[in-house]
Design a binder for this molecule. Structure first.
Ligand code: CTP
Ligand code: CA
Length: 226
């Protein structure tokens, strides 16, 4: 255990954290996105910095952040995967808090899509994006810790348990995004931390910064166990 570091339990540790809802281009003036604000990922970056970590925040959404954080903007899932893959080469841990779009256009339009007639339908051909968390989980080196989120609207814990296994994660933050005190663009959250062969830990309802600190506390325990 790293008791020597006192109130900086992540001193000397490098963390990669993703945040925000990705933006998948449709044409030069439009994109597909989701309701994620990035607040939870940015709060995790602040909590990790306060715990002494070197933080790379790969963000799809712009928000204010402390100068000690190394923020890389990555609007689309493909850009996020590239930035994460590079940063993970030297990282001790990954936290995937981003709401990564599951789909992107097979081929974004090169020019602005124009209306032709009032009754025409426009069909977009969508293909699945790479799964960043799963990619990081599968490429995990000994000693690296991988944390993901599960954003659910039903069957929270069973769905989140499945993601714990399928993503090869060390912890999943199960998040019922329809709960009144949780979810997209709220300042509070209510989550359950799931780890293999461990009792679930409920955190909140509390501010996203308080929830972030609890997630970082568990990450410290996981890193110290490695
Ligand atoms: N995630 C990711 N890349 C994707 C999709 C999801 O890295 N292309 C990550 C998210 O950042 C989150 C976790 O996977 O940490 C779970 O995301 P979620 O949307 O809840 O699950 P999915 O695996 O995408 O499954 P589904 O949306 O079908 O529930
Ligand atoms: Ca998804």
């Amino acid at each position: 255990k790293n008791d020597m570091n006192g109130d900086l339990p992540l001193k000397g540790r490098r963390l990669v954290i993703t945040a925000g809802g990705t933006k998948e281009p449709i044409d030069p003036v439009r994109y597909l996105t989701n309701r994620s604000s990035g607040k939870m990922g940015y709060a995790l970056a602040e909590a990790a910095l306060a715990a002494g970590a070197q933080v790379t925040l790969v963000a799809a959404t712009k928000r204010p952040y402390s100068p000690g954080i190394d923020r890389i903007l990555a609007p689309s899932a493909k850009e996020m995967l590239a930035a994460v893959t590079e940063a993970m080469k030297t990282a001790d841990a990954f936290i995937g808090a981003a709401a990564v779009s599951d789909y992107a256009l097979a081929k974004p339009f090169e020019q602005k899509v124009k209306k032709i007639s009032p009754d025409e339908h426009l069909t977009l051909d969508l293909v699945q994006n790479p799964d960043i968390l799963k990619t990081v989980g599968q490429a995990k080196r000994p000693g690296q810790v991988v944390v993901g989120f599960a954003a659910e609207t039903e069957n929270l814990l069973p769905n989140a348990e499945k993601k714990l296994a399928s993503k090869k994660a060390d912890m999943i933050v199960a998040n019922d995004v329809t709960a009144p005190e949780a979810g997209f663009d709220k300042d509070s959250n209510l989550v359950t931390l799931l780890q293999p062969k461990q009792a679930a830990i409920t955190v909140g309802p509390a501010s996203k910064l308080t929830v972030a600190k609890a997630i970082i506390d568990q990450l410290v325990t996981l890193l110290d166990k490695q």
